[in-house]
Write a protein of this length. Structure first.
Length: 398
């Protein structure tokens, strides 16, 4: 449940005294977790970046930047400013601060299907508001199946086969610092299994960790000149994947640390119709030299802005009677850093507590590896937010 402005304001008024204490407690908890996780994740990174080499290029484990849900994919892979369902875990954890219902999210995609390589992208997530913590907690597991590989001896003869995969386990906490402002922090464990053992060469298993720090502003009252945007716009920022490099034996690559900013605005809202526009800007913070050396966290948070890696995306979502949704969007990445440019379309159907979403990528050029990519996701929303908040309950008679 993403409560309306009126409901949020009523709840804020009835709990103002206790809310202040919970905010202070939650804020201290977030700072403690962020400092502790950041120290552990980045403490040895500067030494590793100079002690180990690697091919010049991009970051390790790029799968953690892939949008996991077909709703956001149908709008061009956007969600930083929207973040109004359980998939905020990926797009902007602060969005969970405004969500009080228990939710379960399931996503599946056969990745790069035209290569017939058996790649798949699967995700399971859960979120719940906890009054004792004054905020929402969430967790998800993301598995990227890289398919089957052939093992050979020095003479090129096949000696067996093995499967490779990568995965993350993510924990998130989000809370409101007011009726219209939320913050969120996430901590994730990342493992990349590219081989059966860490023998010679660049294979083996790499492990790392990272944190996400995010904010979301959903103004209940906002007027710009004659334009009334009260409870119709939201702005979000997410600095994600801040952490240690991914090391495979003697080789290392930086994590895909990324800055994202986004907005969502409602053009039409009435009894039967809801039309939104969403847009995202993403900037990959990597500074890698031709020698293979790269700047580590926290230095790359300043130097990474010089790289040309950025992306732009935008789209529309239309709901009729809160039951059927149509979506369309466009994703753009400069040719010099990847040239991913494509249209997306999507469809959503909501019945009771279940929401089904699907999306499809339409490349704007031929031979695009993302062609024919279909994503499917399901959200179970138990609509029990008022119960978890204690709204509407009759006080017990002593």
């Amino acid at each position: 449940m993403n409560f309306s402005a009126k409901t949020r304001a009523m709840h804020g008024a009835t709990t103002a005294n206790s809310q202040q204490a919970r905010i202070h407690q939650a804020f201290r908890l977030i700072l403690t977790c962020a400092i502790a996780c950041g120290t552990w994740f980045t403490g040895t990174d500067a030494l590793q970046a100079q002690a180990v080499g690697g091919a010049a290029g991009g970051a390790a484990v790029p799968f953690i930047t892939i949008g996991p849900d077909s709703r956001a994919s149908g709008m061009g892979d956007v969600g930083t400013g929207l973040a109004d369902d359980i998939n905020a875990i990926h797009w902007n954890p602060a969005g969970l601060a405004f969500q009080y219902d228990r939710q379960i999210g399931i996503s599946f995609s056969s990745w790069l299907p035209q290569f017939n390589a058996g790649l798949s992208y699967n995700r399971l997530s859960y979120s719940q508001y906890l009054s004792a913590l004054g905020g929402t907690v969430a967790a998800d597991v993301l598995v990227f199946n890289l398919g089957e590989f052939i093992r050979t001896d020095p003479n090129g003869r096949e000696t067996g086969r093995f499967r490779s995969f990568e995965y993350t386990v993510n924990l998130v906490y989000a809370t409101q610092l007011g009726d219209d402002f939320g913050i969120g922090v996430g901590a994730k464990y990342i493992e990349s299994n590219l081989g059966e053992s860490a023998g010679s060469g660049g294979g083996g298993i790499g492990r790392s960790g990272a944190v996400d720090l995010s904010v979301l502003w959903k103004p209940l009252k906002l007027r710009i000149a004659d334009l009334d945007l009260s409870d119709r716009i939201s702005l979000g920022v997410n600095l994600r994947n801040i952490g240690n490099s991914m090391t495979y034996n003697q080789f290392a690559d930086p994590l895909p640390t990324q800055f994202r900013a986004g907005l969502a605005t409602t053009f039409v809202r009435d009894e039967y119709n809801d039309l939104k526009f969403v847009a995202d800007f993403g900037k990959l913070l990597i500074n890698r030299r031709t020698s293979g050396d790269f700047d580590a966290v926290p230095v790359v948070l300043a130097t990474g802005w010089a790289s040309p890696n950025y992306e732009l995306a935008g789209g529309l979502e239309y709901w009729y009677d809160r039951t059927v949704a149509l979506r369309a969007g466009y994703y753009f990445e400069p040719a010099r850093v990847g040239n991913r440019q494509y249209l997306t379309i999507g469809l959503g159907v909501r019945f009771s507590i279940v929401e089904f979403n699907g999306s499809y990528i339409i490349p704007t050029e031929s031979n695009n590896p993302l062609a024919n990519t279909l994503r499917v996701s399901v959200i179970l929303n138990f609509k029990d937010g008022k119960e978890l908040l204690g709204i509407g309950k009759t006080p017990a008679v002593k």
